[in-house]
Design a binder for this molecule. Structure first.
Ligand code: 5GP
Length: 130
Protein backbone atom coordinates (compact mmCIF):
# COMPACT_ATOMS: atom_id res chain seq x y z
CA UNK A 1 0.00 0.00 0.00
CA UNK A 2 1.31 3.46 -0.86
CA UNK A 3 1.29 6.01 1.89
CA UNK A 4 0.62 9.50 0.60
CA UNK A 5 2.89 12.23 1.92
CA UNK A 6 1.38 14.42 4.61
CA UNK A 7 0.21 17.75 3.34
CA UNK A 8 1.36 19.58 6.49
CA UNK A 9 4.03 17.45 8.07
CA UNK A 10 4.69 18.10 11.72
CA UNK A 11 7.96 19.94 12.40
CA UNK A 12 10.72 17.64 13.52
CA UNK A 13 11.43 17.68 17.29
CA UNK A 14 14.88 19.15 16.56
CA UNK A 15 13.38 22.19 14.83
CA UNK A 16 11.30 22.81 17.97
CA UNK A 17 14.36 22.86 20.25
CA UNK A 18 15.37 26.37 21.35
CA UNK A 19 18.88 27.42 20.37
CA UNK A 20 21.57 26.20 22.71
CA UNK A 21 23.03 28.89 24.95
CA UNK A 22 26.67 29.77 24.43
CA UNK A 23 27.46 28.09 27.76
CA UNK A 24 25.79 24.84 26.69
CA UNK A 25 27.90 24.99 23.52
CA UNK A 26 31.00 25.36 25.71
CA UNK A 27 29.90 22.34 27.80
CA UNK A 28 29.39 20.35 24.57
CA UNK A 29 32.80 21.48 23.23
CA UNK A 30 31.18 23.17 20.24
CA UNK A 31 32.67 26.53 21.25
CA UNK A 32 36.19 26.78 22.69
CA UNK A 33 36.86 28.21 26.12
CA UNK A 34 39.80 28.36 28.49
CA UNK A 35 38.56 25.78 30.98
CA UNK A 36 40.25 25.98 34.36
CA UNK A 37 38.17 23.42 36.24
CA UNK A 38 35.79 20.62 35.34
CA UNK A 39 34.12 17.70 37.04
CA UNK A 40 31.01 15.59 36.43
CA UNK A 41 28.63 18.33 37.51
CA UNK A 42 30.19 21.66 36.70
CA UNK A 43 32.88 23.59 34.90
CA UNK A 44 34.70 26.92 35.18
CA UNK A 45 36.25 28.87 32.33
CA UNK A 46 37.70 32.31 31.70
CA UNK A 47 35.21 35.03 30.83
CA UNK A 48 35.71 36.25 27.27
CA UNK A 49 35.48 39.90 28.44
CA UNK A 50 37.27 39.88 31.79
CA UNK A 51 36.31 42.60 34.29
CA UNK A 52 39.19 41.77 36.63
CA UNK A 53 42.61 40.09 36.35
CA UNK A 54 40.84 36.84 37.27
CA UNK A 55 37.31 36.55 35.89
CA UNK A 56 35.87 33.05 35.68
CA UNK A 57 32.40 31.82 34.81
CA UNK A 58 31.31 28.87 36.93
CA UNK A 59 28.37 26.82 35.65
CA UNK A 60 26.52 23.62 36.37
CA UNK A 61 26.38 21.23 33.41
CA UNK A 62 22.66 20.92 34.07
CA UNK A 63 20.76 23.55 32.14
CA UNK A 64 19.10 25.84 34.68
CA UNK A 65 18.18 29.30 33.42
CA UNK A 66 18.77 31.43 36.52
CA UNK A 67 18.45 31.59 40.30
CA UNK A 68 14.74 32.00 39.66
CA UNK A 69 14.64 28.50 38.18
CA UNK A 70 16.50 26.63 40.92
CA UNK A 71 14.35 23.81 42.30
CA UNK A 72 14.72 21.98 45.63
CA UNK A 73 16.31 19.04 43.78
CA UNK A 74 19.10 21.41 42.65
CA UNK A 75 20.20 22.34 46.15
CA UNK A 76 23.07 19.84 46.29
CA UNK A 77 24.21 20.91 42.82
CA UNK A 78 24.30 24.60 43.75
CA UNK A 79 26.21 23.72 46.91
CA UNK A 80 28.63 21.73 44.76
CA UNK A 81 29.33 24.85 42.67
CA UNK A 82 30.41 26.70 45.80
CA UNK A 83 32.72 23.87 46.85
CA UNK A 84 34.18 23.97 43.34
CA UNK A 85 34.72 27.74 43.63
CA UNK A 86 36.55 27.27 46.91
CA UNK A 87 38.80 24.67 45.28
CA UNK A 88 39.44 26.94 42.28
CA UNK A 89 40.27 29.88 44.56
CA UNK A 90 42.77 27.69 46.42
CA UNK A 91 44.22 26.35 43.16
CA UNK A 92 44.71 29.91 41.86
CA UNK A 93 45.98 31.16 45.26
CA UNK A 94 43.34 33.89 45.47
CA UNK A 95 44.40 34.59 49.04
CA UNK A 96 43.52 38.28 48.81
CA UNK A 97 39.86 37.40 48.41
CA UNK A 98 37.43 37.19 45.55
CA UNK A 99 33.93 38.18 44.61
CA UNK A 100 31.16 35.79 43.51
CA UNK A 101 28.24 37.29 41.59
CA UNK A 102 25.20 35.93 39.83
CA UNK A 103 22.93 38.10 37.71
CA UNK A 104 19.30 36.97 37.62
CA UNK A 105 17.02 38.38 34.98
CA UNK A 106 16.87 41.49 32.84
CA UNK A 107 17.27 44.22 35.46
CA UNK A 108 20.34 42.49 36.89
CA UNK A 109 21.86 42.39 33.40
CA UNK A 110 21.78 38.62 32.83
CA UNK A 111 22.86 38.02 29.23
CA UNK A 112 23.32 34.26 29.10
CA UNK A 113 20.28 32.23 30.11
CA UNK A 114 22.21 29.44 31.82
CA UNK A 115 22.76 30.01 35.53
CA UNK A 116 26.35 31.05 36.24
CA UNK A 117 28.52 32.57 38.89
CA UNK A 118 31.17 35.16 38.08
CA UNK A 119 34.27 34.58 40.18
CA UNK A 120 36.34 37.76 40.15
CA UNK A 121 39.69 38.48 41.79
CA UNK A 122 42.98 40.30 41.42
CA UNK A 123 41.84 43.82 42.23
CA UNK A 124 39.85 45.75 44.85
CA UNK A 125 36.10 45.77 44.34
CA UNK A 126 33.78 48.55 45.36
CA UNK A 127 30.45 48.27 47.13
CA UNK A 128 27.66 48.67 46.19
CA UNK A 129 28.14 47.24 42.70
CA UNK A 130 26.93 49.37 39.80
P1 5GP B 1 25.82 37.73 32.51
O1 5GP B 1 25.72 39.15 32.06
O2 5GP B 1 24.82 36.85 31.84
O3 5GP B 1 25.80 37.61 34.01
O4 5GP B 1 27.27 37.26 32.11
C1 5GP B 1 27.56 36.57 30.95
C2 5GP B 1 29.05 36.54 30.83
O5 5GP B 1 29.40 35.59 29.84
C3 5GP B 1 29.66 37.88 30.41
O6 5GP B 1 30.60 38.30 31.40
C4 5GP B 1 30.31 37.57 29.07
O7 5GP B 1 31.53 38.25 28.90
C5 5GP B 1 30.51 36.06 29.14
N1 5GP B 1 30.48 35.44 27.83
C6 5GP B 1 29.56 35.65 26.85
N2 5GP B 1 29.85 34.90 25.77
C7 5GP B 1 30.96 34.19 26.07
C8 5GP B 1 31.75 33.24 25.34
O8 5GP B 1 31.48 32.88 24.20
N3 5GP B 1 32.83 32.72 25.98
C9 5GP B 1 33.15 33.07 27.26
N4 5GP B 1 34.23 32.51 27.79
N5 5GP B 1 32.44 33.97 27.97
C10 5GP B 1 31.36 34.53 27.38
Amino acid sequence: MRVSPRRNPLPSPLSLMPDKTIFKKIIDREVPAKIVYEDDLCMAFEDIHPRAPTHLIVIPKKEIVSVDDVEPEDEALIGHLFTAMRKIAAQLSLSGGYRVITNCGRDAGQEVMHIHFHLLAGRKFTWPPG
